[in-house]
Design a protein around this ligand. Structure first.
Ligand code: 5GP
Length: 190
């Protein structure tokens, strides 16, 4: 998606530890007009797949998921990050290692909001090592819902997540795939 790539080139900042900072338009301040184009593109790519629910993880996935959901006319469920153990039986849970913070946390979704009748599209801002997506996929599987695929805004193609998730048979559509990035030479796209 050229509009997105141009914006990443213009405003993205390459940080230490293979982190791309895009907080001026994606995950702190949010450019909603850009989000709308992102949502439109996800809707185009997953048209005819019967998506009836969008699943993301708090916090930075929520804004993108909500604008995307308007193009599918479906509800959004976001997995909550929890520090406390929840009562077994009421929620689906999965353990995820955070890319940006390096620590483990549990994500959870109430069993009331996901079930066998659902055809789920996962949405997230970044794909790096794949932990967040695989955690969400595990929750979808546990619920008996059908996983249609995953829509990712920025995939860091030089990290293993994309291959890992696709090797599980999950369809991943990334709107910008970064082939390489470093502080000196900047960003190149795949
Ligand atoms: P993964 O679980 O695929 O390793 O990482 C995905 C999650 O880590 C995303 O939800 C995102 O919040 C965060 N993340 C991974 N890489 C980056 C990055 O380069 N920049 C930012 N801002 N967040 C990232």
């Amino acid at each position: 998606m050229q509009l997105l790539k141009d914006r990443i080139q213009q405003d993205g900042i390459v940080m230490e530890g293979n982190v791309l900072k895009v907080d001026s338009f994606l995950n702190h301040q949010m450019d909603v007009t850009l989000f709308n184009e992102i949502g439109k593109e996800f809707a185009r790519r997953f048209a005819g797949c019967g998506v009836n629910k969008i699943l993301t993880v708090e916090a930075s996935g929520i804004g993108i998921a909500c604008i995307t959901a308007q193009h599918f006319n479906v509800p959004v469920v976001f997995a909550k990050k929890s520090k406390t153990k929840n009562i077994a039986g009421e929620v689906y849970t999965s353990r995820v290692v955070s890319y940006t913070h390096g620590r483990e946390y549990d994500i959870m979704v109430s069993k009331r909001f996901l079930g066998p009748a659902d055809r789920v599209l996962l949405i997230d801002d970044f794909l790096a090592n794949g932990a967040a997506l695989l955690g969400l996929a595990e929750i979808v599987e546990a619920s008996g819902a059908t996983l249609v695929g995953a829509g990712i805004v920025i995939e860091k193609g030089f990290q293993p997540g994309g291959k890992l998730v696709r090797d599980r048979g999950i369809r991943v559509e990334s709107l910008a795939v970064i082939a390489s990035m470093d502080e000196k030479n900047g960003i190149t796209f795949a």
